[in-house]
Design a protein around this ligand. Sequence first.
Ligand code: FPP
Length: 253
Amino acid sequence: MNNNAFDTKALPQHIAIIMDGNGRWAKERGQDRIYGHHEGVLSVREIVNVSGEIGIRYLTLYAFSTENWNRPKEEVDALMELLVATIRKEVDELNKKNVRLHVIGDFAALPAICQKEMQEAIDMTASNSGLNLILALSYSAKWEITQAVQNIAQQVKEGKIQPEQIDDQLFHQNLCTHSFPDPELMIRTSGETRISNFLLYQLAYSELYFTATHWPDFRRSHFLEAIADYQQRERRFGKISEQIQTTEHAPKH
Ligand code: FPP
C-alpha cells in the first residue's frame, strides 16, 4: 500500500494507538530500554503533528498501563520523569498548534509531580479547538469498566437511577472517555496482535491495524499507511454489505 491511497476526505475522527516496541527497538541497538522510550517520544511528536495537520480530531495514546507499574522501579521512574519532562518541554508547542490535552486513567496513582505537570498542561490547553490529544496514563480498560460499574451501582443505591435504565448510553457516560467518540481505528505497533486491556468497551467496532514496525520507527509514512489501510475496509456494524451507504457512520459512540 502506498500513501497515495490515503484519502483526506474520509478520515477516521478518532485514532487510538498502542505504542509498543520501545524496549526491543533499543535492545536491537545494544541500548537500554529507556533509550527506546526517549526515541519513542520523537514518534509521539511526529504523529501528534501529522494528526493535527491532516485533521484528525482525537488521538489516544496508550503511554502507561496499570500493568506497567509492575516493571522494574528504575524503568517506571524513568518513564514518569520522561512524561513530566516531555509535557514541560512540549506544552507551549502543543498550545501554539491548538492541541487540547486530556488524560484518562487512574490520575491519583501518578506521582504528585506528574499529576501537577499534567493538570497544568490540561488547564493551559483547555480552550484549544484543534486535535484532542488523549494520554492514557495508569490506564486499563478493566480498571475503567470497574469504576463505571461502581459509579452506576452508587447511583442506583442513592435512588438516582433504576436498574432498568442502565443501557449502553448510560454505561458509556460513566466511562472516562465519555466525552470522546469511540475510535474508528486502533493501531498497535511492534508485531503483537493483542488489545492488552486498552479501551475494551470503546473498541467494539473499531478497525484494528497491526504492524511489525517498532514504535520509535513508526513515523508519518507508517501512520498514513495505516489510515489508507483503514479506508479500504468496509465497516458493516453487523449489517450486510448491500445495506451500507457510503455516508453511513458508526453507531452513536
Ligand atoms: C511500550 O514499549 C511503550 C511504553 C510502555 C511506554 C510508551 C511511552 C513513550 C513512547 C514515551 C512517553 C510518551 C509520551 C506521550 C510523552 P515497551 O517498553 O513495552 O517495548 P517492548 O515491548 O519492546 O518491551
